[in-house]
Ligand binder design. Structure first.
Ligand code: GUN
Ligand code: FE
Length: 442
């Protein structure tokens, strides 16, 4: 039998890029109902009309007074860095050596990986994030742990085994051959199962040999549906290092290009120190950028140039980049995105910000036919925001005249406290009873 349920409240979603098309790109219901059949959007409309046609005994979650948006999409995050968030005092390369690599070494232990994966998925959901593209560690079992935790919560999740066969501690090193073989085994085990997708994951060009980079590009090209995730042009010392390792490359991005690692479903974190030729290549190949504002400020990396990315039509999503990023909250990440762009003499409107956190993220992952909006047939993942969640929010909301103003206040003052509920495939998020009985990893 089909299951039908519905939610009522103020509902907002985006239909196309607001930067390109203006305000007409969104749909807003002050009092709306979203009807959900078997976890997918059946219909969206004004409450009055919907109540007339829905069965009277339908399961209805009443969120009147709250704002319902498509679930947030975090396009770049490291689950194994959950325990080193807020580690003091370093920029990228020293931060990797001092904090990141020791923390990632612990994921050789499957029990540790499983515990962190559960916490991580719960923390994403608590913050209204229903889809994430995440780095695991070099250990294949770390990938199993994260996919299993996401599966038990029915989340959309993209992850992959980190490839790194040089310039890193021995205890975190694979080889070009073992990395390739393990990645392929994980693709077979997980890619396309439930809502899970695999990403080939060369950490960055500095920690993979040319042989490993060649194999990564080949694997990415062999499977049309696979993703690829990496880092590019984040930090100036990093860029000088890449230039020494690859003296013939025109640019850092050009290294990835040379190994066939640009294309649809490739996602590059940071993209701060690119030039227009790099941006033209990203646009031409369909590669996406993940803008990670809290990380870029925390590590002192630099200021992302959204206007130039937009001018070339590049797909852009938002990433928290935890643990260099300082918050799991997409609201707090939008807050800092606004400030980064202020320092770069650019504006980020609230509608644009929430677009990036939902449909923009989905588009950057080529998942906008599945998630990111409430079009009929889409997977019914959504977040319920409470504009009255804190005394200050409530007070400030009372002085807002428009939806735009309220959204802006929510992204500046809101955090996990403002998330009243998160739903995945229509149902309240969390461990799914039918899936978590024997919560053993594969
Ligand atoms: N570049 C290579 N690895 C990393 C990482 O773990 N975090 C960040 N922010 N940049 C990286
Ligand atoms: Fe990162």
């Amino acid at each position: 039998p089909q299951t039908l349920r519905a939610v009522r409240g103020e509902i907002l979603h985006f239909l196309s890029d607001p930067a390109a098309y203006g305000a007409a790109a969104s749909e807003h219901f002050a009092d709306g109902i979203l009807a959900i059949r078997d976890g997918h959007v059946a219909e969206l409309g004004p409450a009055e009309d919907m109540l007339a046609k829905l069965p009277s005994d339908i399961v209805l979650d009443d969120y009147r007074g709250k704002l319902i948006l498509p679930g947030f999409v975090d396009t770049h995050i490291h689950y194994a860095q959950t325990d080193i968030i807020a580690s003091y005092g370093e920029q990228l390369l020293a931060w990797l050596e001092r904090y990141t690599f020791p923390a990632e070494a612990r994921f050789a232990d499957p029990d540790h990986a499983a515990a962190v994966a559960s916490f991580f998925c719960d923390e994403l959901l608590r913050n209204g994030t229903t889809t994430a593209m995440a780095f695991a560690t070099v250990h294949g079992t770390s990938v199993d742990a994260l996919f299993e935790a996401a599966r038990q919560r029915r989340m959309r999740l993209i992850t992959g085994k980190v490839l790194m066969d040089r310039n890193c501690p021995d205890f975190l090193r694979d080889t070009a051959e073992s990395g390739d073989a393990e990645s392929r085994a994980l693709v077979e085990r997980w890619h396309g199962r439930d809502r899970l997708l695999y990403a080939v994951t060369p950490r960055f060009a500095a920690t993979s040999s040319p042989e490993q980079m060649t194999r990564a590009g080949r694997l990415f090209a062999e499977h049309p549906g696979l993703y690829l995730q990496s880092h590019v042009a984040e930090n100036r010392c990093e860029i000088e290092w890449i230039a020494r390792l690859y003296p013939d490359a025109r640019s850092y991005l050009n290294v990835y290009d040379g190994f066939g690692q640009l294309g649809p479903r490739s996602v590059y974190a940071h993209c701060i120190w690119l030039d227009d030729a790099d941006r033209a290549r990203m646009a031409a190949t369909g590669a996406a950028m993940s803008f990670c504002p809290t990380s870029n400020l925390f590590l002192g990396s630099g200021l992302f140039d959204l206007a130039s990315a937009r001018a070339q039509g590049i797909r852009v999503g938002i990433g928290t980049d935890v643990g260099a990023g300082t918050s799991f909250s997409m609201l707090q990440t939008l807050n800092e995105a606004y400030k980064v762009l202020q320092l770069n003499n650019q504006r980020l409107s609230a509608t644009d910000a929430f677009y990036l956190a939902t449909l923009g993220g989905a588009r950057s992952l080529y998942l906008d036919a599945q998630i990111g909006s409430f079009l009929s047939g889409h997977e019914a993942d959504f977040v319920v925001l409470d504009p009255q969640a804190t005394p200050l929010l409530a007070r400030r909301m009372a002085n807002c005249a428009s939806l735009d103003e309220r959204l802006f206040v929510l992204m500046m003052l809101g955090d996990d406290r403002a998330v009243a509920a998160t739903h995945v495939m229509g149902e309240p998020a969390g461990l799914h009873p039918a899936l978590s009985k024997n919560s053993k990893t594969v």
